[in-house]
Design a protein around this ligand. Structure first.
Ligand SMILES: NC(=O)c1ccc[n+]([C@@H]2O[C@H](COP(=O)([O-])OP(=O)(O)OC[C@H]3O[C@@H](n4cnc5c(N)ncnc54)[C@H](OP(=O)(O)O)[C@@H]3O)[C@@H](O)[C@H]2O)c1
Length: 266
């Protein structure tokens, strides 16, 4: 039996990178997928093709996850196609980098709107649907699973990215508080905090040899991660294998959070 057989997952920002990796891994485990994108319809179609190759079913819905009406429409479309929603991965996120002194209030607000407020909006819609439907024992022990995409920068300060690091630190407490509040309804809420994963968001770093070498110094396990690494962790967090895991942030980072600067006596 596949781990997510007959379950339906909405994965925001699955037209690219980590979201695409999660969509493919969840489809391999039998989940129906709502592929969400903002600007890259082509990327969403690529994800759909990959899902087809592993025998999965999917729909594509464009929605800006910082806009409640668009998110609500995405849930409606998914419920229409597959009957309900069992898993929501709030993965959509952006970087708008600048030093603190150069950062505009617009760069601050618009990033918080997508990276943090979007988590609130998606989790709200998810909780409403999970509560409406309740537990279906043949599919899962939980009434629903919410997985928020955070980052190692929820605990590692990151100069030049204060809006991003603050948004991810916000997710850490959002997940704990929401998990505490929704636990009694058998809704599980957890987060994944990736380290450096090869995607569009950071391609200028891993494509350039010198920057790649510098990055590897920050990773004790000595490799840059792939979207598939996060996809497999997301499958585990969405499946009953992790049924007793609630309110946790799991670091999938090759050891980036282990203070690698101290590995040789500091
Ligand atoms: N890559 C890393 O090293 C890393 C590390 C830690 C955490 N993360 C987190 O992982 C998540 C995915 O990042 P990624 O590395 O896969 O980056 P990516 O390849 O740039 O993908 C970002 C995805 O988010 C979507 N998106 C952006 N704004 C959106 C919005 N307002 N509404 C809906 N979708 C939106 C994009 O859609 P379109 O392309 O269609 O516009 C795209 O599918 C982010 O939350 C990021 O912070 C990444």
């Amino acid at each position: 039996m596949k781990k997510l057989e007959n379950q339906t997952a909405i994965i925001t920002g699955s037209s690219s990178g980590i979201g695409q990796g999660i969509a493919i891994e969840m489809a391999k485990e039998g989940a129906n997928i709502c592929i969400n994108y903002l600007s890259s319809e082509e990327g969403a179609e690529e994800t759909q093709e990959e899902i087809e190759k592993v025998g999965g079913k999917s729909i594509i819905v464009q929605a800006d996850t910082s806009k409640p009406k668009e998110v609500s429409n995405m849930f409606e479309q998914t419920i229409k196609a597959f009957g309900t929603v069992d898993i929501v991965v709030s993965n959509a996120g952006v970087q708008k980098d600048a030093s603190f002194l150069d950062m505009s209030i617009d760069d601050w607000k618009s990033l918080i709107d997508i990276n943090l407020n979007g988590q609130f909006i998606c989790a709200k819609e998810a909780a409403k649907e999970f509560l409406r439907r309740g537990i279906v024992e043949e599919r899962s022990k939980a009434a629903g699973k919410i997985i928020c995409m955070s980052s190692v920068h929820d605990i590692i300060p990151w100069g030049g990215h204060i809006n991003y690091a603050t948004s991810k630190a916000g997710i850490l407490m959002f997940v704990k508080t929401l998990a505490q509040e929704l636990g009694k309804h058998k809704i599980r809420v957890n987060a994944l905090s990736p380290g450096a994963i090869k995607t569009k968001i950071n391609e200028e770093v891993w494509k350039d040899e010198e920057s790649r070498e510098k990055l590897l110094e920050l990773i004790p396990y000595q490799r840059i991660g792939e979207p598939e690494d996060i996809g497999k962790a997301a499958v585990w967090l969405a499946s009953d294998d992790s049924d007793y895991v609630q309110g946790q942030t799991i670091y999938v980072d090759g050891g980036m959070t282990l203070y690698p600067g101290f590995s040789d006596n500091g």
